[in-house]
Ligand binder design. Structure first.
Ligand SMILES: [Zn+2]
Ligand SMILES: [Zn+2]
Length: 243
């Protein structure tokens, strides 16, 4: 209570530009830095949405060699600047209120916001699922940032969100620093569908905060598909370009 009051009276300066945050909804990030969050408009893989170096290719090498089980994956912007800061404040500092404005970002760039997300037309989906955390990780963090985003998107689209349908049954080691092959190996058998009836034949939207190499959403999609899911669309806030 006192901490909350102190934060209102003496808000932390914006972690990017050091100016006062002014708007509680997006604080500690200031409105100027927040407005600077922009969609990635460069060339991308038409399947997984990964930024591509060349305009020439349409599909990335990985999607050609190892076709993903999801139909399309798209992220809003690059994992950089204010977007990266906001995701990390939500995830690691527990500033949960940021999940709402971050949800707005996913809808922001579209002329018909309820019809498309992250610039891609999404057909009517039956069910929204967040990428799950292992229960040990969930206990440490107390919330799943992807579930907060999924709830926000579900509310706006009027689509059912199933938080516990997909579960992470293996507490994998952090993916940072692992090669693509090692990541896939690390995630093998990490996910399980708890309620197969719920997803059977359904068009699913899978939500995650960051698309890194895509190994996580690839594995989730594989498990969902093998459990009877229909088409799967993946939506993330940011694309880290593989780092
Ligand atoms: Zn700022
Ligand atoms: Zn791709």
């Amino acid at each position: 209570m006192i901490g909350k009051l102190l934060r209102i009276l003496f808000p932390e300066p914006c972690p990017i530009c050091n100016n006062p945050p002014k708007n509680h909804r997006i604080a500690p990030i200031c409105p100027v830095c927040w407005e600077g969050i922009s969609p990635y408009t460069g060339p991308i893989c038409q399947v997984c949405g990964k930024p591509l170096v060349s305009q020439e290719s349409i599909i990335c090498e990985e999607c050609i060699i190892d076709k993903p089980y999801f139909k399309i994956a798209r992220g809003f912007g690059l994992y950089d600047g204010a977007l990266k800061k906001a995701i990390n404040l939500l995830k690691y500092q527990g500033i949960k209120r940021l999940s709402k404005p971050l949800c707005d970002i996913i809808f922001r760039i579209n002329p018909a916001p309820e019809k498309s997300l992250c610039g891609v037309k999404i057909p009517d989906v039956d069910l929204i699922l967040p990428v799950p955390l292992h229960k040990k990780r969930l206990m440490q963090r107390e919330f799943n940032q992807s579930a907060l985003l999924a709830n926000g998107i579900g509310k706006r689209l009027g689509v059912k969100v199933a938080i516990d349908c997909l579960a992470r049954t293996k507490n994998t080691i952090p993916q940072v620093g692992l090669s693509g092959k090692e990541r896939r190996q690390n995630l093998k058998g990490a996910f399980e569908v708890r309620n197969k009836n719920l997803i059977h034949g359904k068009t699913i939207m899978l939500i995650d905060d960051v698309f890194t190499t895509g190994a996580t959403v690839r594995e989730c999609s594989k498990v969902l598909k093998k459990s009877g899911a229909g088409d799967i669309y993946v939506i993330t806030l940011a694309d880290s370009g593989g780092d």
